[in-house]
Design a protein around this ligand. Structure first.
Ligand SMILES: *Cc1c(COP(=O)(O)O)cnc(C)c1O
Length: 411
């Protein structure tokens, strides 16, 4: 009844594609052999480094997240090698399964679906590996199935405390350009991400960042699959013309625009926007869940992603709410991926091209849905979210004024 108009895809990827990105892609196919496309491709590299906060190498692949999972592993994990998976949801486990498919021996510490990685357990597991069998530790900055945010810097500290030489690999597919991430400062050796979440570009290209330690491990591999080999993909103008086949022409233009948008706003400002919007979402959820069945999946705020939130209702209600929001109001919510009963769960994607009015829009839609479906909930959630955004905006304006005063006085 109220669904016509601009619809909103509030799922955790693909995220909302900015008009600027779509317009940049709306063009005739370019010459792939010479000219502008190569300049644009070359220009992506420093910005891709910046968004992962690394000075090291980045390889671009025509692939989704699953593809770059395999790309990263293929360069450093050979058949018979051991990897340690630190699982906080379905996606970390999926990366481990990918390693299994490559013939690796996979050990998993499963921290469940609502808690972050326990660093003491990681340190103990690595200390116990006296033979140094574990070649790589696989983590997710954010597991999109649960919304758990992990302390990746802390994982590196635990590895160092155990004196273990394994590579630290981090999946940032859900959260690059949303949650704070600093590859080099945090001591991550390999990072993977894809285009369609915080990077606001349609699914189809992915990225593997790797440092010199990881490249030394690559050097010692008995063999690496030709297509996934990161070596020829790095800073090789010749390679970029073809990407082991035709270049992902339109994605290159779309990503160029998306990275410009991130640079114009400033990466730290992008993180702060996501953090503030997440606070408004949590404020609404606190109120809803003060009465009735709703529960946020991650109780500890420090262990919550600012890009995706997983919520639970009673069995069947998650599905019913999703259907209502889409059919009646034009807002699509995410499914309860990897959880049982899946029909109780739903997820909110608030990653990338998202602002205050969009968040208030989907929160208001959920509020209406809870009412229409007769699902009990605390009253005043939208009031609480609006109050939170107002307070944060006032505080930010105060900061900006103070900055300007400093500029004027001491400029
Ligand atoms: C989305 C996602 C993936 C999978 O990416 P696809 O592009 O769907 O293959 C893997 N890991 C995380 C953390 C994700 O959010």
């Amino acid at each position: 009844m109220f669904a016509n108009g601009l619809s909103y895809l509030a799922i955790p990827g693909p995220s909302v594609m900015p008009d600027r990105v779509l317009r940049a892609m709306h063009r005739a196919a370019p010459n792939i052999y010479t000219g502008e496309l190569h300049d644009v491709t070359r220009s992506l590299i420093p910005d891709l480094r910046s968004v992962a906060q690394t000075d090291h190498s980045v390889a671009i692949y025509i692939a989704n997240g699953h593809g770059v999972w395999e790309a990263a592993l293929s360069n450093v994990v050979a058949e018979g090698d051991t990897v340690l998976v630190l699982a906080t949801g379905r996606f970390c486990i999926g990366w481990g399964e990918m390693a299994e498919g490559l013939g690796a021996h996979v050990e998993t510490i499963d921290f469940g679906n609502s808690d972050a990685i326990d660093l003491a357990q990681v340190e103990a597991a690595l200390r116990a590996d006296t033979g140094g069998r574990i070649k790589a530790v696989l983590t997710c900055l954010v597991d999109t199935s649960t919304g758990v945010l992990n302390d990746i810097k802390g994982v590196r500290a635990a590895m160092d405390a155990a004196g273990h030489a394994a590579l630290l690999m981090c999946d940032c597919i859900a959260s690059l350009g949303c949650d704070e991430y600093r590859m080099d400062d945090w001591g991550v050796d390999v990072t993977v991400a894809a285009s369609q979440k915080g990077l606001m570009t349609p699914p189809g290209i992915g990225f593997v960042w790797f440092n010199d330690r990881a490249d030394a491990v690559r050097e010692a591999m008995p063999r690496v699959s030709r297509y996934w080999d990161w070596r020829p993909r790095v800073e090789a103008d010749e390679y970029w013309k073809y990407f082991d086949g035709t270049a992902p022409t339109h994605h290159i233009y779309g990503l160029r625009e998306a990275l410009d948008m991130i640079a114009q706003e400033g990466l730290e400002a992008v993180w702060a926007r996501h953090a503030g919007l997440a606070e408004a979402i949590w404020a609404a959820i606190d109120v809803w869940s003060s009465a009735g069945p709703m529960q946020i999946n991650v109780a500890d705020k420090d262990a919550r992603s600012r890009a995706v939130t997983s919520l639970k209702l009673d069995e069947g209600q998650g599905d019913a709410l999703r259907a209502w929001c889409e059919d009646k109001m034009g807002v699509t919510l995410g499914i309860g991926l990897g959880r049982t009963p899946a029909s109780a769960y739903f997820r909110l994607g608030h990653m990338g091209h998202v602002n205050g009015q969009m968040v208030l829009g989907f929160l208001g839609t959920i509020d209406a849905g809870l009412k229409a479906l007769g699902i009990p909930h605390g009253a005043g959630a939208i009031e609480a979210a609006a109050r939170k955004l107002a307070d944060l905006a006032v505080a930010d304006a105060g900061r900006t004024q103070a900055d300007q005063a400093v500029d004027q006085c001491c400029g």
